[in-house]
Design a protein around this ligand. Structure first.
Ligand code: NAP
Length: 254
C-alpha cells in the first residue's frame, strides 16, 4: 500500500482482513504515518520508494493527487515493476498519469469520504474500477467484490463526472455544515439541534429526486425571509454564499 493517509490507512486494513489478500508493506514519506498504518495493518513499512518490496502482485497508490505521477515514475524504476499491476485510488486524477511510466495500470477508487479518525463501512462503498488489461480488471473486481456489495467499471471520463458531482454533494455540503456550525456557535445555540435536519435531508433523497425535495425560502419565493436573513448575515462574510445559493435555488422554482 503506497500511502498511509486517510485512504491508505483504512483500505490497507480492510484488504489485509480478506482471507486471500495480504498487505505486505506500507509506504509513506513520514515515518510516524508509515509506522502507524503498518501497525494497524500488521505489516512492514518503509519511508523510501527505493525500499518498496518488488514481489507484490498489486501496488495501490493512495497518495495526494499531485504526487501520483511522481510516485508512478519512481516505482517504474524499481526492478520487476514494469510487470506489475499498479493502480491509484483517486476520483479526480485520470489513469493517464500512470501510463507514461507503467503498462499494467488501473483504478481502484472507493467513492466515499475517508478520514483517518472514522472507521468506514466498506460493504456500502461503491468501488469504481478500471484497468487496461481485461485480466487485471477481473482481479480488481474480484478484490473489490470481497470488500463491497457495489462495484462498477468506470472509465476516466465517467470518473471525472462522478468526482465533480461528489465535490458538490460532499465537500460543498460539508462546508455548509461548517458555516451552520459557525453561525450557531456565534449565536450561542447548540449546533446539535440541527443534526436531525441534516440526517433527514440526506435520508429523503434516498427515494426521491433532490430537486423535488427542495424546501426553504428560496424555492418558495419568500422574499421577506430572504431579506431578513441577509440583514442577519451582514458583516458575517456569509452574505455572498447565501445570495449565490438562493439565486440557484430560485431557478428551480416549480
Ligand atoms: N480522503 C478521501 O475522502 C478520499 C476518497 C477517495 C479517494 N481519495 C484519493 O485517495 C488518495 C489519497 O487521499 P488521502 O485522503 O488518503 O490523502 P492523505 O490523507 O493526504 O495522505 C496522502 C499520502 O500521500 C503521501 N504523499 C503526499 N505527497 C507525497 C509525495 N510528493 N510523494 C510521496 N508521497 C506523498 C503522504 O505521505 P506523508 O504524509 O507521509 O508525507 C500520505 O501517505 C488521493 O488520490 C485522493 O484523491 C481520497
Amino acid at each position: 500500500m503506497i500511502g498511509a493517509g486517510n485512504v491508505g490507512f483504512h483500505l490497507g486494513k480492510a484488504l489485509s482482513l480478506l482471507p486471500n489478500a495480504d498487505i505486505i508493506q506500507v509506504y509513506s514519506r513520514t515515518k510516524k504515518k508509515a509506522q502507524n498504518s503498518a501497525q494497524n495493518i500488521d505489516c512492514q513499512y518503509t519511508t523510501k520508494i527505493k525500499n518498496i518490496k518488488t514481489d507484490a502482485d498489486l501496488y495501490i497508490i493512495a497518495v495526494n493527487d499531485a504526487a501520483i505521477g511522481t510516485v508512478a515514475e519512481a516505482l517504474s524504476t524499481l526492478p520487476y515493476l514494469q510487470e506489475k499491476l499498479v493502480v491509484h485510488t483517486s476520483g479526480a486524477t485520470p489513469s493517464t498519469v500512470l501510463s507514461p511510466y507503467l503498462s499494467r495500470i488501473g483504478i481502484f477508487y472507493p467513492l466515499q469520504t475517508f478520514s483517518i479518525q472514522k472507521e468506514p463501512n466498506f460493504k456500502t462503498i461503491p468501488f469504481c474500477l478500471d484497468a487496461v488489461n481485461e485480466k487485471d480488471f477481473l482481479l480488481l473486481e474480484n478484490l473489490a467484490q470481497q470488500l463491497s456489495t457495489r462495484t462498477a467499471r468506470i472509465d476516466d471520463a465517467q470518473r471525472a463526472v462522478l468526482h465533480v458531482a461528489a465535490v458538490f454533494v460532499n465537500n460543498f455540503t460539508n462546508y455548509l455544515y461548517t458555516v451552520g456550525a459557525d453561525i450557531t456557535e456565534k449565536g450561542g445555540v447548540p449546533f446539535d439541534l440541527l443534526k436531525p435536519l441534516i440526517a433527514e435531508t440526506a435520508e429523503k433523497i434516498r427515494e426521491n429526486a433532490p430537486r423535488d425535495m427542495q424546501t426553504g425560502p428560496a424555492v418558495r419565493g419568500d422574499e421577506a425571509t430572504i431579506v431578513r436573513h441577509l440583514d442577519f448575515l451582514e458583516g458575517s462574510g456569509y452574505e455572498g454564499v447565501y445570495s449565490f445559493l438562493t439565486e440557484g435555488i430560485g431557478k428551480l422554482k416549480r
